[in-house]
Write a protein that binds this ligand. Structure first.
Ligand code: NG6
Ligand code: CA
Length: 514
């Protein structure tokens, strides 16, 4: 579907970004626009990287990226789970404004609609070549449950501003377990047509629940007992696939090598890459090169594999002489989780490792651990080395900040929640966002300022049923934490500071009305 944005200048002038924190405008640069790569890990926690204090796993490539750029100590995803976080990142709209943005099934219809203006469109309108790799998890095709995986999909990333895509439809634990390249199953095997269902099993196909003896690896600890693919129980039913089925141990290799090929092919023109890894999501099934190397078991191995992927991208940029003028943003879609429904010993083998660093809660949670994530930004040409920034930051602002970077306008009505904070993202200032809004798995909203955190009252279990280490943050009373002296949200001071509670509640009220 063709998008037409009359307000948009397709002849965007060359980069004219003011690189100054004080608002003074530098001379417009007429050099080549930077390449931009978002490296988006899955379920990687604030405490999971060497540069954020991890001891049990080494992440030399990422640590180097941080040393060469800015490391943010107060960066946040918009939500504590994948689909809403990614929706907000790629559209600049808080997912809680848009129904149907919860954790998506593998046969969900495409959640971002073709007529929406996306982050990829920002770059396209500035004449970049754009691509997405790896985990998508934002639906494909026109309607949920109605995809024909054996034909070109009715709607795909080509309709969202991506020139090229090589993606997993959802997650590694959801069917279909195949890569999709430009809207078609990659390595399609006509002998083995693909069918999926999230409603009923296919007669005669063994399931994790009925044939646990076929699960030779990674038994489920919760759910994940429907289709069995590569000996691993998944969410959703599937049959067929044949040669197109991915190999779990090769996921990182496939995603990384496709991205590297794209970089090589597009080295002469500015490109934008959304590089979304499967690591460190479940099922954790790292390649033999990493397996068994880390004392924390497969979760540690998967972090090392993620670091390897980053290293390969950096190596390629260096070889092609693109390192200096490539802006890289590395982050995660939500906080960490330990046991996420597979019995992979992630908990038993932690050895004192704290995936969420100092924060309370994890993935799914309204506590900070749900959304406080590593954020590293590097652009050797423009960013001073080795900076740490305490600025309060939300991924919601990347879209408008990128629009400023490439000097393009977002058409009216799109990216309503995204603000241009480019100078902060590049480490030129440390201006906090006045507040950020965070969404937990059950839609509880929190307001975070630099000093305070308010969690609205909500019902529900205290612990995520399948993730026994993950506190939800649910409480029937308002919660208020003083982040300046209690960043692990231990002491609820709501009753001592009713005026602060009121002020932050009011922010939510106003935001909800927008
Ligand atoms: C949950 C899954 C979990 C994970 C999550 C999505 C079970 C018991 N739990 O429903 O394993 O897939 O969805 O994670 O099935 S996310 O990072 O993509 O949001
Ligand atoms: Ca995730």
């Amino acid at each position: 579907m063709k998008k037409i944005y009359p307000t948009l200048s397709l002849m965007a002038p060359l980069l004219a970004w003011s690189g100054k924190a004080d608002g003074k405008v530098n001379k417009p640069r007429d050099e080549k626009k930077p390449n931009v790569i978002i490296i988006y890990a899955d379920d990687l926690g604030y405490g999971d990287l060497g540069c954020y204090g991890a001891k049990n796993v080494v992440t030399p490539h990422i640590d180097k990226l941080a040393q060469n750029g800015v490391q943010f100590m107060n960066g946040h995803a918009t939500a504590a789970t994948s689909t809403p976080s990614r929706y907000s990142l790629l559209t600049g709209e808080y997912a809680w404004r848009k129904p149907g943005t919860d954790i998506a099934a593998g046969d969900a219809g495409m959640i971002i609609r073709p007529e929406q203006f996306t982050m990829a469109d920002v770059f396209k309108s500035a004449n970049y070549t754009t691509a997405a790799f790896g985990k998508w998890h934002l639906g494909l095709g026109d309607k949920s449950g109605e995809q024909d995986w054996n034909a070109p999909l009715a709607a795909h990333l080509g309709d969202l501003g991506f020139d090229y895509s090589y993606i997993m439809a959802a997650t590694a634990d959801r069917v279909p377990c195949v890569f999709i390249e430009n809207g078609k199953v990659a390595n399609y095997d006509p002998e083995h047509p693909i069918e999926t269902s999230y409603e009923k099993p296919f007669p005669g196909e063994p399931l994790g629940s009925t044939h646990p003896e076929l699960l030779y690896n990674q038994k489920s600890s919760y759910g994940h007992d429907m289709a069995i693919v590569n000996g691993i129980g998944r969410i959703g039913y599937m049959r067929g696939g044949g040669k197109a089925l991915w190999k779990d141990e090769n996921l990182a290799d496939s995603i990384t090598t496709h991205a590297i090929d794209f970089i090589k092919e597009n080295k002469d023109n500015p490109f934008f890459i959304y590089f979304a890894t499967n690591d460190v999501h479940v099922p954790r099934f790292p390649h033999d090169r990493f397996r068994g190397k880390n004392k924390m078991g497969v979760r540690g191995d998967a972090i090392a594999q993620f670091d390897w992927s980053v290293g390969e991208i950096l190596k390629t940029l260096k070889e092609l002489n693109l390192e200096e003028n490539t802006l890289i943003i590395l982050s995660s879609d939500n906080g960490p989780v330990i046991d996420d429904g597979y019995d992979d010993q992630a908990e038993e083998l932690l050895h004192g490792h704290k995936p969420a660093g100092p924060f309370r809660g994890m993935k799914y949670s309204a506590f900070e651990g749900g959304t406080a994530v590593p954020v590293i930004v590097s652009w050797p040409k423009e960013i001073k080395k080795g900076k740490k920034s305490e600025a309060l930051l939300s991924q919601i602002d990347l879209m408008a900040s990128f629009a400023t970077l490439v000097d393009t306008k977002i058409p009216r009505g799109f990216a309503p929640d995204s603000e241009n904070r480019l100078d902060t993202w590049l480490g030129h200032n440390e201006i906090d966002r006045p507040y950020i809004i965070q969404q937990s798995a059950n839609h509880t909203l929190s307001v975070r300022t630099k000093e305070w955190k308010y969690i609205e009252p909500n019902e529900g279990p205290k612990i995520v049923p399948w993730a026994p280490q993950a506190e939800t943050g649910n409480l029937l009373e308002p919660q208020l934490y003083n982040m300046a002296d209690d960043n692990s949200e231990q002491v609820n001071v709501a009753t001592q500071h009713p005026e602060k509670v009121f002020e932050l509640q009011n922010i939510l009220r106003v935001e909800r009305k927008k």
